[in-house]
Design a protein around this ligand. Structure first.
Ligand SMILES: C[S@@+](CC[C@H](N)C(=O)[O-])C[C@H]1O[C@@H](n2cnc3c(N)ncnc32)[C@H](O)[C@@H]1O
Length: 297
């Protein structure tokens, strides 16, 4: 079966309204394949029939499921490596050298998917910050309730831990659970998880030292990207750091940011924040030879 142009438009409008995710023409196959199981669960013959259901008043019950089905939750541990090298090798040290800091580093993993980003940050904090007597609070948020639930649970399959997790970190911070693994209590206690739509007004939030806004702006149009960058700016410390994904930039969208290189990673800072401290270490993350020794990685 082929999704009708009208059904595609209806779903694209709904998803954009609820999440700001843009589904351009040509993505009909994606809508069709992602909504097939929802159509089946609702007892509809095909996705067109399911979209007809969405148009009826009872369809409102399906909205969140449809939006969630259209999110892309691709993620991995230490994704792209360099951002995490910059965090542990430079930014943590820079923050801990500030004489007036509250000694609690606050980090937001905005669009956390199933939690790998937030727990990667937590592992690095446990290695490099907590042993020095500082606290680290991580807020992990996502639009998709199923992702929020998964992050809160902190349970991962063997396949999932195989995507980027160094063996020494797995042994140190995870417990075996059945055929999979669960993040230990120490890391879970550092991460507060909640649903949050980046494209809607935010609830009260703390001021963050670092915001990870990685691999989510790519799904939005320019106006939404601008709006999200503006909102994030409101909750980021004026001396803070904004991490974007490899295909994302503030350039041409919002000139209230400066870009600074840390190693090979470009980090964004509110204009006037000054240059980041020079990198203190370049040892590769692979193998994490200095695990427990608190050296910069
Ligand atoms: C590709 S994942 C990125 C995960 C992680 N940040 C990383 O870089 O590995 C994108 C995530 O953005 C979330 N997302 C999409 N639209 C969103 C919105 N409007 N508000 C909050 N999260 C959203 C999706 O649910 C998905 O989990």
């Amino acid at each position: 079966m082929t999704l009708s142009a009208e059904a595609f438009r209806f779903v694209a409008d709904l998803v954009r309204r609820e999440s700001a995710i843009v589904l351009e023409q040509g993505k009909e196959y994606l809508v069709d394949s992602r909504l097939r199981s929802l159509a089946q669960a609702a007892g509809d013959a095909d996705v067109n029939a399911y979209v007809d259901r969405l148009r009826r008043p009872e369809g409102a019950r399906e909205t969140a499921k449809v939006v969630e089905a259209m999110t892309t939750n691709e993620t991995s541990w230490f994704r792209d490596r360099e951002p995490f090298q910059a965090l542990s090798g430079t930014i943590f040290q820079e923050l801990m050298q500030r004489p007036n800091h509250s000694r609690t580093i606050r980090i937001w993993s905005a669009a956390c998917s199933s939690g790998q980003e937030a727990y990667t940050i937590a592992m690095l904090a446990a290695e490099h910050v907590v042993p020095l007597g500082w606290r680290v609070e991580i807020v992990a948020t996502d639009l998709a309730q199923s992702m929020v639930d998964r992050t809160r649970e902190g349970r991962y399959s063997q396949l999932e831990v195989g995507r980027g997790m160094p063996a020494p970190m797995l042994v140190k911070y995870f417990q075996r659970e059945g055929t999979g693994w669960r993040v230990n209590d120490q890391l879970r206690s550092m991460v507060r998880v909640q649903t949050l739509n980046l494209a809607a007004p935010y609830p009260p939030m703390p001021v963050f030292d670092v915001v990870f806004l990685r691999n989510v702006l790519i799904y939005f149009d320019a106006a939404t990207k601008k709006q999200v960058l503006g909102r994030v700016r409101q909750v980021l410390d004026p001396q803070g750091y904004l991490f974007l994904g490899g295909a994302e930039t503030t350039l041409g969208l919002d000139d209230s940011w400066d870009r600074t290189m840390i190693g090979r990673f470009t980090v964004n800072r509110p204009k006037g924040a000054g240059a980041a401290a020079p990198a203190t270490g370049t040892a590769p993350l692979a193998g994490l030879a200095g695990l427990g020794a608190r050296r910069a990685i």
